[in-house]
Design a protein around this ligand. Structure first.
Ligand SMILES: C[S@@+](CC[C@H](N)C(=O)[O-])C[C@H]1O[C@@H](n2cnc3c(N)ncnc32)[C@H](O)[C@@H]1O
Length: 310
């Protein structure tokens, strides 16, 4: 993709702003990106009241007000058939889930975004724990927004192997399974299971079971590369432009490089911008300058895992 070493940028030029990482506040930086120039946006913004020590937290009651000007810019830069995936999860406050994410969804709809779908990222390696009024939290929301009812989606790119399920299920096909028929529980869902008999692959569900990062990637809240990769394959063509306005440690850019997509990353922290550039240069096989030491983390600690309750 690039022939030259990637270095942090602090201003976004009028043209050729792809395949770069910009350091600054995305609310301001986004204003320099051209209209309709981004095919897909995926991001995990700071969650309200979380990690206020590492990179500043936004108060839950101010979250919608803080996010809306950013969403306005995202709407402007996204192509009409593009998608926006927002990875977020509300925390528990005073024994109940906060409602700021729900309020944000409603505010985004008012702005003109369509809330097409919600994917659930099931963290299959979440730590066990014990809480008095709930079980361990092992999923995050991946909210899918669009500007238009019709958008680019390559469903075949994320098909999954049927594996054992197919062998077991098709061994016992009954007459009912061989023709399209109304569901046995009386709803209007109709199926024709036999249609799938000769196929090795099926379409996935909206639940993604992906492990969290367990090795130190230099950022306390990085998502695993498998998360942006899945959505990038689904919602972009090769060479498509992918924007992550809260780029953190560069995970989205690394997915783009592997999948032959172009990236635009914005990140406020100088440390994480440098980390991203180092990782990208390494992935591209370019000579790298000595790396700054990644932040230390306690042995065995995994950023997305809930701590064990006493
Ligand atoms: C949840 S982390 C993103 C982690 C990223 N997905 C990864 O895999 O490394 C959110 C990031 O947003 C950055 N950030 C916070 N406010 C910002 C702003 N206004 N503009 C740009 N970046 C911001 C933080 O420094 C943090 O690195």
């Amino acid at each position: 993709m690039r022939k030259t070493m990637l270095k942090p940028e602090t201003t976004i030029p009028g043209t050729n702003f792809q395949n770069k990482i910009y350091q600054g506040d995305c609310a301001e930086m986004l204003k320099s990106i051209a209209d309709n120039s981004v095919d897909f946006i995926i991001t995990s913004p700071p969650y309200a009241n979380q990690r206020s020590k590492s990179y500043g937290g936004v108060k839950p009651n101010e979250y919608v007000e803080w996010f809306l000007p950013i969403a306005e810019q995202l709407k402007r830069v996204l192509t009409q058939d593009g998608s926006f995936i927002l990875n977020i999860k509300e925390h528990v406050e005073n024994g109940e889930r906060h409602t700021y994410v729900l309020e944000l969804i409603l505010a985004l709809r008012k702005m003109g975004w369509r809330w097409t779908e919600e994917y659930s990222w099931h963290k299959k390696n979440a730590f066990p724990g014990k809480w008095p009024n709930r079980f361990r939290d092992s999923f995050e929301r991946c909210l899918h927004f669009n500007l238009d009812k019709s958008f680019y989606m390559d469903q075949d790119s994320v098909m999954v192997e049927m594996g054992d399920w197919k062998d077991k299920r098709f061994k016992y096909l009954t007459g009912n399974d061989l023709e399209r028929h109304a569901s046995q529980v009386g709803n209007s869902f109709a199926k024709n299971i036999a249609n799938w008999e000769k196929r090795d692959k099926a379409y996935p569900s909206n639940v993604l079971s992906l492990a969290t990062n367990c090795k130190n990637v230099g950022h306390p809240a990085a998502f695993p590369e498998s998360l942006p990769s899945w959505f990038i394959k689904l919602f972009t063509r090769e060479r498509g432009v992918v924007l992550d306005p809260f780029m953190g440690s560069g995970t989205t850019a690394l997915s783009c490089i592997k999948l032959k997509r172009q990236f635009i990353g914005i990140e406020m922290s100088e440390e994480y911008v440098k980390l991203s550039c180092d990782k990208i240069n390494k992935a591209l096989g370019l000579t790298i300058k000595p790396k700054s030491k990644p932040k230390s983390r306690k042995k065995g600690e995994c950023p997305h895992m809930a701590p064990l309750a006493p």
